[in-house]
Design a protein around this ligand. Sequence first.
Ligand SMILES: Cc1cc2nc3c(=O)[nH]c(=O)nc-3n(C[C@H](O)[C@H](O)[C@H](O)COP(=O)(O)OP(=O)(O)OC[C@H]3O[C@@H](n4cnc5c(N)ncnc54)[C@H](O)[C@@H]3O)c2cc1C
Length: 256
Amino acid sequence: MSERPFDHVSAVVDGAGFHHMHRLDLLMCLYKRVYEFGPDSGKPCPITVHMDSRLTALQQTADGVTARLSNGQTAVGDVLVGADGINSVTLALAWPDPRPRRWTEVTCFRGLIPRADVAALRKPDGSPLDNIPADSFSMDRHKTDTSAVTTYWVRGGKLLNVWIAHYEPDATVFEQEEGDWFPVGNDEVVRQVCEAFAVSPNRDDLVALAGAIVRPTKWGLYDRDALDSWVQGRDCLLGDAAHPMLPTFGQSVAKF
Ligand SMILES: Cc1cc2nc3c(=O)[nH]c(=O)nc-3n(C[C@H](O)[C@H](O)[C@H](O)COP(=O)(O)OP(=O)(O)OC[C@H]3O[C@@H](n4cnc5c(N)ncnc54)[C@H](O)[C@@H]3O)c2cc1C
C-alpha cells in the first residue's frame, strides 16, 4: 500500500519492495512530470508533446524516421519508440511478421470499492464477513480450479481493488467493436462468483465484494507469441507492444 510514487529507493526506506498503486495515480505522476517540461512550462526542453494524435503511418529513411499522426501533423526523429499497447499500430506498420494477439481463455472483472463501503459489507444473510478486507493491509487471494479473486488496497488504503478472473474459452464477445473490455452490471459479477465459488467457504464474503464493486468492467486477456526482435531499423517497441503482460504480480509496472 502506498501513498507516494514508486521510486528506486522504495524498498530501502520501508523494506516492503512491493507497492500497490492506482493506475490513474501512476499515470498522473507521469503526466505531471511531462507537463513540468512541456512547451508551456517555458523550460528549455527538446520534448514536444502531441496530444490527441494517433500514429497512422511510419516512414524510415537513412536519415531518420517520420511518424504521421491522425491530426495531420508529422513528427520526425532519429528513432521511434512504439509504446502503443497490445494492439500496437507501430508493430502492425513496421514489422514484417507482426503475429496476431492470442486469446488466453481468461476473462476478468475489475473494479474498486471505497474503504467505507468495504467496512460496511455484509454477507447475503446480513451477518459480518468472515474475512474483513478493511482489517488487512496485504493482498488476499482465493482460488478454485477455474476462477481466482484477488483484492488489495490502492490510493493509500482508500480504495480496495478487486480482480476476479475466470476460465472462458469463447472470445466472441471481445472480438466485437467494443474491444478488450466493457462495463458490466454487478448482477453479472455476483452470478459468476456464486457459480465459481459455490462450494467454497469464502463464497458469501466474495459475493458481498462482487456486489459492492463500483462500475465493474469485464476484460478479455490476450497474449502474443514472442517476436523475433523488438527493433526494426530505427523503430523499436516498448511495453505491451513488445510483450503483452497479464494482470499478475504487477509485472507490467516492473518492466518499465
Ligand atoms: C485486465 C488487465 C489488468 C491488469 N492489471 C495489472 C496490474 O494490476 N498490475 C500491472 O502491473 N499490470 C497489469 N496489467 C498489465 C498492464 O495493464 C499492461 O502491461 C500495461 O498497461 C502496458 O503498458 P503499455 O504502456 O505498454 O501499454 P498500454 O497501457 O496499453 O498503453 C498504450 C497506449 O498507447 C496508446 N495508443 C494506442 N494506439 C496508438 C496510436 N496509434 N497512436 C498513439 N497512441 C496509441 C493507447 O491509447 C494507450 O494510451 C493488466 C492488464 C489487463 C489487460
